[in-house]
Ligand binder design. Structure first.
Ligand code: AMP
Length: 175
């Protein structure tokens, strides 16, 4: 089957949720069987055979990609959620977003020191979310194997917040 052009499956909404944001809506990609499968396969490709034990994705769009990637890689999935959403003992990390600030939390027993973690999200924007997740991985004593994003917004230089970690940063398309 011919490869699809991802640009046909990303809807750009200018000025949402705030005037300065050019929002990349990936729901058309999720809704198309071939496009979604191609994206999951491309996002997994550099990390196949690396022994990923857990994929780490943040609410909410990190769940869509992260759970499918965990299944594809034969790994578990660790949800990072907004403060107060997880019912058991958590550890949290505060971070700055392209729009606002937030705290993400994970259940402290979802990750252990033997885990090899792949951090996943739909968009790498300012890098605050990815850096916060990397801090959580470090605080939980696990090994970070890399990052996989569907879209990287190059002009926001999010990569600069995580490149010092020295692990692969895979982005499928750049905007
Ligand atoms: P950041 O922490 O700035 O790298 O932001 C990453 C998170 O915010 C991701 O979970 C994205 O889903 C979301 N995000 C930030 N900017 C955008 C954007 N322009 N379009 C779509 N999602 C975005």
């Amino acid at each position: 089957m011919a490869r699809i052009d991802y640009n046909d499956y990303i809807r750009v909404i200018e000025g949402w949720p705030s005037p300065e944001i050019s929002f990349k809506d990936i729901t058309p990609l999720l809704a198309d069987a071939q496009a979604f499968k191609q994206a999951i396969d491309d996002m997994c490709l550099p990390f196949r055979g690396m022994g990923v034990t857990k994929v780490f994705g943040a609410e909410a769009r990190g769940f869509f990609f992260g759970t499918a990637m965990a299944y594809t890689l034969g790994a578990g999935f660790v949800p990072a959620r907004k403060k107060g959403k997880l019912p058991y003992k958590t550890i949290g990390e505060e971070y700055v977003l392209e729009y606002g600030t937030a705290v993400i939390e994970v259940h402290e027993d979802d990750v252990d020191s033997g885990d090899k973690i792949l951090i996943v999200d739909d968009v790498l924007a300012t890098g605050g979310t990815a850096a916060a997740k990397a801090n959580l991985v470090e605080r939980l004593g696990a090994e970070l194997l890399g990052f996989s994003f569907f879209i990287e917004l190059d002009f926001l230089h999010g990569r600069d917040k995580i490149k010092h970690l020295g692990v692969p940063i895979n982005s499928i398309i750049h905007g």
